[in-house]
Design a binder for this molecule. Structure first.
Ligand SMILES: *Cc1c(COP(=O)(O)O)cnc(C)c1O
Length: 451
């Protein structure tokens, strides 16, 4: 029988995360203190993160055990299925084999609980009572709200104002899991009040919301901060995706020629890619493609430089591909792909030529995504839809070349709270927006000077 889903049993769920730092040919650049310009140490991060996560941030261990308490929560929806997209293949009439890992089966509808659960666990273990965070479209806030609830932590979410108003049901979802949600910029922090004083109508941005959540956590003893992407430990937690996918591809007697994921901060891409990148470091021919929107093209149009992670310039300086911390994204629908920077690990791998990146326009993205929905049934999250555009392009290339190849991509989540883009696409009203070249140049001028 030709299988459509490849499943792992709970017993087969990986018990360790994979830490790519152990195998990277060149280590990424150190994180710098914004005041001194010197590499930061654990003490600098301690107000914001529990020690265990700080340790993972700089760990050189290849495999890091997943605590039993975290595994127990993962088992509520993991292992996630790997699908063979036979109906999509048929519609494209391609000789390519297309596989996808589906992370939309988590209760929050995306891959984000993989790290939220781990972060909530380590904070709880170290006596933290309350976590703060930011959220754009609401996926990360939902994931952390759920995770905090499982481990008995309070959760305060600063939600980008435009999304707070456009996506009220995500707020209700977070509140149902027990979190407190405020629109950002808010009156609750100095950072928020400062921005509101200058721009009362500010739609907010992820950078602003990060500033608020960080300030809140830094100013309270019982509170720490939690970030849903970008940082090394977040990418680490997501590698369960790729580790499961490896085992499932093996069961399907397949190995990918190309691995594709959408990239906002880089965590789901890293999650599917890193466990396979190890083989590339060992000499195997395998390609990796990170897909971003043309409206927020940090890898393809940004610069590789030290920058702040937030707008208020409170975070440490990280070397990454960035559009500048002053970047305010256009209101495109893929909310999760609107961050100004890219994870330092993903940035370093891109700079070293180990991975590729492609930027896609909104219309082409939703065209591919609607084809996927009509063949495979699942409505992809707007973020995940970006990966599908490039999957379709790779499959069509395979057809044009008359050569089979095996494509693996991460379907990072479903679009059930995010149908506005589909509505516009179906009405013929969705517009392409390309981030202007002048803006990239302007942003360059705002980058911090470090020698
Ligand atoms: C948040 C999100 C993304 C983007 O974040 P990464 O850290 O780049 O993975 C992608 N897909 C979905 C469904 C998301 O919720």
């Amino acid at each position: 029988m030709d299988e459509t889903k490849v499943q792992l049993s709970e017993r087969e769920m990986p018990r360790e995360w994979y830490n790519i730092a152990a195998d990277m040919p060149e280590p990424p650049a150190p994180v710098l203190h914004p005041g001194t310009g010197r590499p930061i140490g654990p003490a600098d991060l301690a107000p914001l993160f529990p020690m265990e996560l700080i340790g993972q941030e700089v760990s050189q261990e290849r495999h890091i055990p997943i605590p039993e308490e975290v595994q127990a929560v993962y088992r509520l929806w993991r292992p996630t299925p790997l699908y063979r997209a036979r109906r999509l293949e048929a519609a494209l009439d391609t000789p390519a084999r297309i596989f996808y890992k589906y992370e939309g089966t988590s209760p929050a509808g995306s891959h984000k609980p993989n790290t939220a659960v781990a972060q909530a666990y380590y904070n709880k273990k170290e006596g933290v009572k309350r976590l703060t965070t930011e959220t754009g479209a609401g996926q990360w806030g939902s994931a952390l709200a759920m995770a905090c609830n499982f481990f008995g932590l309070e959760c305060k979410v600063y939600m980008v104002k435009v999304s707070y108003h456009q996506k009220p049901y995500r707020r209700v979802l977070m509140e149902t899991w027990g979190a407190q949600v405020v629109p950002s910029p808010s009156q609750d922090t100095n950072a928020g009040r400062g921005i509101l004083a200058q721009a009362p109508g500010s739609p907010g941005s992820l950078g602003i919301a990060i500033s608020e959540a960080v300030e809140d956590a830094a100013s309270r003893e019982d509170t720490k901060y939690s970030l849903g992407s970008v940082l090394n430990h977040v990418l680490l937690h997501q590698t369960i995706i790729g580790r499961e996918a490896r085992a499932q591809m093996e069961k399907a007697d397949a190995y990918p020629d190309v691995v594709i994921g959408c990239a906002g901060g880089g965590s789901n891409f890293a999650g599917i890619a890193f466990p396979f990148l190890r083989d590339r470091f060992a000499g195997r021919a395998i390609r990796f493609i990170a897909v971003e929107p043309e409206a927020c093209p940090s890898l393809t149009r940004g610069v590789y430089a030290y920058d702040f992670g937030d707008t208020a310039m409170m975070t440490p300086l990280v070397k990454m591909y960035t559009l500048g911390h002053t970047f305010v994204p256009a209101g495109i629908h893929a909310g999760g792909l609107r961050y100004h920077g890219m994870a330092p690990l993903v940035s370093a791998l891109y700079q070293q030529g180990a991975i590729e990146a492609v930027a896609c326009g909104q219309r082409a993205v939703f065209e591919a995504s609607v084809l996927f929905t009509r063949t495979e049934g699942i409505v992809p999250a707007p973020e995940s839809a970006h990966a599908i555009r490039v999957v379709v392009d790779e499959a069509l290339k395979s057809k044009a070349e008359g050569r089979s190849k095996t494509i693996l991509f991460n379907l990072s989540g479903h679009g059930h709270f995010d149908l506005a883009a589909y509505e516009q696409y179906l009405a013929g009203e969705l517009e392409d927006y390309s981030y202007p070249v002048e803006k990239v140049r302007e942003a360059l001028a705002t980058l911090p000077k470090v020698s």
